[in-house]
Design a protein around this ligand. Structure first.
Ligand SMILES: CC(C)=CCC/C(C)=C/COP(=O)(O)OP(=O)(O)O
Ligand SMILES: [Mg+2]
Length: 560
């Protein structure tokens, strides 16, 4: 039976059953997505233990940190200082030097204002522009004006410029805001020229879209190859810090796997993905800093449930089941699931218990008296309601309009669930959570939209094959009557435009703690880029995702 026929069959059963009578579960045909089983041997993962938790390494790292601080203070040349800051960031050390980097940049900005005659070449301009924007300084795009043609609508520079400059310009152009035409031109110019010189410089995702922690080892080895004497201490610190932070992540992972095994959920859901390790990798990508262990624990649990519940809606549940399940989540009431098949009952109970436990843990950890579970429950309800809308479309074989699809799709992406965990787990106080929800909603929306678009770009092929009809790729193809490759290009462009809208939050006058919340929410979008860059990194987890897990969570760096 094809999946389309299955859907029809399911609908007939649904219409027979709706009307209050008890559901005969044996009559319902269930789908199966044939997702591969978990590839990680939990016993081996549970035995992960790193020597880098030992106190002696902390002392060594502190000494190296002080030496790098001296280096940062000593460098007078602005370009050399910016390059050092760039290296610190790329090797995931920025959290150790946040205050000093900010002070250095403020000082540099002041000095530049005093001496505005100093000329910069394109490489320095682009580096300066990117680093300052990253730290919230409102550098105008006009710094690139002298590289534009007279009309100001095209980049007029040598396309054979040295690769280092081209890469720097490429990176800078991704910090553009909406309607910044010069930066848009710069991006188009670099994309075109980098593509044609693909053999010399491999085409990459821009740094601004990359997950800092996933990229750290590569950056360390790049620096090692280009090593200049003065940066030796920085390199030593980066390697040691990587191993020490990884040791913390390993402890977190062990905690999560113990919880996951004890929960005993997946044994009851044969159709669903068992992705505890991959979900943990996701939360490491959102906040890798060692002090955020609790947050990673809470977020990983949420991600595991997003995946499982998504499978319940996309694969297993009949429409009647899904309406009951959604209603139970909306009412947050275990009594509502009586009529469901046992696996869905168990899924609800486990979600209910886990969410309430996480809410209590957040309250305890943060010292809040407010009922955090109400916030979490609401966001789970919104997620399930959006999944129900998609399930109805799919099971009826109905393709929504592109805009209707996206209006629902950003909610079904799970981005709001993830973002709320960021706010609850990483805010300074509860008023900050409420302020953020009131004033910065668009950031949550845009980050969620990127999840939806990247997910659709990565998974639509398999979903189309399975007979699912809701995907931005398909909706756009139908709306515009175009082929798949045209739709994919359009959606890729939408991702770029959405980043521009998110970038505006880089330049708001935020407090440092609010600035980091913005960064963590943007990190959600960055992880999505990684997971779905070459297809479905969650569904098919034995390629890039596996490599990244080994590299980030399992294998330490040899220290010479
Ligand atoms: C953990 C997070 C936030 C994941 C990203 C989006 C998501 C809901 C994936 C579920 O898998 P899927 O590929 O089956 O998604 P969908 O069914 O929505 O297409
Ligand atoms: Mg799905």
């Amino acid at each position: 039976m094809t999946s389309g026929q299955q859907t029809v069959f399911c609908n007939q059963i649904n219409s027979k059953l709706i009307g209050g009578s008890k559901i005969d579960q044996s009559l319902i045909q269930r789908r199966n997505a044939n997702y591969k089983p978990n590839i990680w041997k939990y016993d081996i993962m549970l035995s992960l233990k790193s020597q880098y938790s030992e106190g002696k390494y902390k002392t060594e790292a502190q000494k190296l940190k002080e030496e790098v601080l001296c280096l940062l203070a000593e460098i007078v040349n602005p370009l050399a200082k910016l390059e050092l800051i760039d290296s610190i960031n790329k090797m995931a050390l920025s959290h150790l030097f946040d205050k000093e980097i900010m002070e250095s940049l403020q000082h540099m900005e002041y000095a530049k204002k005093k001496d505005s005659s100093s000329e910069m070449d394109l490489y320095s301009t682009a580096l300066h522009f990117r680093i300052f924007r990253q730290y919230g300084f409102n550098v105008p795009q006009d710094v690139f004006l002298s590289y534009m043609n007279e009309m100001g609508d095209q980049f007029e520079v040598d396309a054979n410029m040295d690769p280092k400059t081209m890469m720097q310009l490429f990176e800078a152009s991704h910090l553009a805001l909406k309607d910044e035409n010069m930066l848009n031109e710069a991006r188009i110019f670099c994309n075109k020229n980098l593509k044609s010189s693909n053999n010399i410089i491999p085409m990459e995702m821009p740094l601004h879209w990359k997950v800092e922690w996933y990229n750290t080892k590569r950056q360390i080895s790049k620096h090692e190859n280009e090593e200049r004497g003065s940066n030796l201490k920085l390199l030593q610190l980066a390697k040691l810090n990587f191993n020490m932070v990884q040791a913390e992540h390993q402890k977190d992972l062990v905690d999560i796997l113990r919880w996951w095994r004890k929960l005993g959920l997946i044994e009851n859901l044969s159709f669903s993905r068992d992705r505890a390790v991959e979900s943990f990798l996701w939360s490491v990508g959102v906040a890798f800093e060692p002090q955020h262990s609790h947050f990673r624990n809470w977020l990983t649990k949420a991600i595991i449930f997003i995946i499982v519940i998504d499978d319940v809606y996309d694969i297993y549940g009949s429409l009647k089941d899904l309406e009951i399940f959604t209603n139970a989540v909306v009412r947050w009431d275990p009594k509502e699931v009586e009529q469901l098949p046992s696996c869905m009952k168990i899924c609800f109970w486990k979600l209910y218990d886990t969410t309430n436990d996480v809410a209590l843990a957040i309250q305890e950890q943060m010292g809040w008296k407010l009922p955090v579970s109400t916030y979490l429950q609401k966001v789970w309800a919104e997620f399930c309601k959006a999944l129900l809308v998609e399930a109805k479309w799919d099971q009826k074989g109905y393709t929504p309009s592109f805009s209707d699809y996206l209006d629902n799709g950003w909610k079904s992406s799970g981005g709001t669930v993830l973002s709320l965990h960021v706010l609850l787990g990483l805010s300074q106080d509860f008023s900050q959570v409420n302020d953020f929800l009131e004033n910065e909603q668009d950031l949550i929306y845009h980050s969620s939209l990127i999840i939806r678009l990247c997910n659709d770009l990565g998974t639509s092929a398999a979903e189309l094959e399975r007979g699912d009809v809701s995907s931005s790729v398909l909706c756009y193809m139908k709306k515009e009557n175009v082929k798949e490759d045209v739709a994919r290009e359009y959606i890729k462009n939408m991702v770029t435009e959405t980043w521009k809208k998110m970038n505006k939050h880089c330049f708001e006058q935020y407090s440092p703690s609010l600035r980091s919340l913005v960064k963590y929410i943007m990190n959600i979008a960055r992880v999505t880029h990684f997971i779905y860059q070459n297809g479905d990194g969650f569904g098919v987890q034995d390629r890039e995702t596996r490599q990244q897990i080994l590299s980030s969570l399992v294998e330490s760096l040899p220290l010479k």
